[in-house]
Design a protein around this ligand. Structure first.
Ligand SMILES: [Fe+2]
Ligand SMILES: [Fe+2]
Length: 358
């Protein structure tokens, strides 16, 4: 394989589909405690909200964005789709606080599962998007040297597989007290990993390595379905795995069950380019690889190019800048409806068609 010309530092954002912006705002901002970084509209469809949630003024890697499409039908995750989005948390203790906070709010939670590399709890947002909260560690070096990740196929030990688990103990584990506020130790740390489904692992591997410069950091099996291969790619320099960069895929070879976009599904996944120059180099690189890539699109807070992974997942490369403080003060991000200059003339019509958000 030819060495990649470019490598991404990881995810910029993930964009999902909501049918109800006020409900999505209540779930992600009030329940999960993730600040709203921007309240705007879909630039390609200005009658619909586009909400951006994220930390530190909308730092790449922490950004979760939603198109609001009230009348869209429920989608489904299968080949070419995202199965779930994992958000990071510092410790297993904080993870149990999340389990208690979510279950007390009426959100069913499963786990914590010991995945070896991290511990995981699972739940869904109000539209059905599967979410995970995963602990920061212990990391990928528990069963391979940190300097040689992803070289060998790792078979998970039986106690991490369904028949070896203490299911009753897992179900009963929770924080002993109610958790009415999101405390500092519980802060969600942005995208921990994104897991999708491919029908051709070798083709996906070649694509993510060549097109995006990601590297394999783990070859293992799905611990809920031990016949399914599960590979992890990330920004890995041979020593360290970069934060907010792990893409993982379940392999369903020869499956003809394809993902259907829609409510409760991921619309696309965006990776980072440092600046316009790097993005332009990336566009050339993708064209050279024969990937059909869009022209550069102005997204006000960043610039974007779009293309598809071989199994159909829509991908984007977005620039780190200029960022979310370009059209409102950094202290009050997300408080006013912001429109790009070319839509300002239509503001009253656009505002009239949107349900106001708190
Ligand atoms: Fe996961
Ligand atoms: Fe995007």
């Amino acid at each position: 394989m030819t060495p990649p010309a470019l490598s991404t530092r990881g995810f910029h954002h993930i964009t999902m589909v909501s049918t109800d912006a006020p409900r999505t705002l209540a779930f992600y901002r009030e329940l999960l405690g993730i600040p709203l970084a921007k309240k705007t509209v879909n630039f390609d469809d200005p009658g619909a909200y586009h909400l951006y949630f994220g930390d530190d003024g909308g730092r790449p890697g922490t950004l979760l964005t939603f198109f609001e499409w009230p009348r869209t039908r429920r989608g489904r995750w299968e080949v070419g789709g995202v199965h779930h989005l994992a958000l990071g948390v510092a410790t297993p203790e904080a993870q149990l606080k999340w389990k208690r906070r979510l279950t007390d709010a009426g959100v069913p939670v499963s786990g914590p599962m010991d995945r070896g590399y991290f511990k995981s709890i699972y739940f869904a947002d109000p539209d059905g998007q599967i979410l995970e909260i995963a602990t920061r560690g212990p990391g990928y070096a528990i069963d391979e040297p940190a300097g040689a990740l992803g070289r060998e196929l790792v078979v998970p030990p039986s106690e991490r597989l369904p028949r070896g688990r203490d299911e009753a103990g897992i179900a009963a584990a929770t924080h002993p007290e109610p958790v009415p506020v999101v405390t500092a130790d519980m802060r969600l740390e942005g995208i921990h990993h994104i897991t999708g489904i491919t029908d051709d692992l070798a083709r996906a591997d070649a694509f993510y390595q060549e097109a995006l410069g990601l590297r394999v950091v783990k070859k293992t099996y799905n611990q809920d379905d031990a016949k399914t291969l599960h590979w992890f790619w990330a920004d890995y320099d041979g020593e360290k795995v970069g934060p907010h960069s792990a893409l993982t895929l379940f392999a369903w070879p020869d499956s003809n069950h394809y993902a259907r976009p829609g409510a409760g599904q991921t619309h696309h996944v965006a990776f980072r380019a440092k600046d316009d120059e790097e993005q332009a180099a990336w566009r050339e690189h993708l064209l050279y690889l024969g990937v059909d890539v869009s022209p550069v699109m102005e997204r006000n807070y960043f610039r974007s190019i779009y293309f598809r992974a071989p199994d159909g997942l829509l991908l984007e490369i977005a620039t780190d800048g200029p960022g979310f403080a370009v059209d409102e003060p950094a202290e009050s991000l997300g408080s006013a409806l912001k429109l790009p200059q070319w839509l300002e003339a239509r503001r009253s019509g656009i505002e009239g068609s949107l349900v106001p958000l708190p």
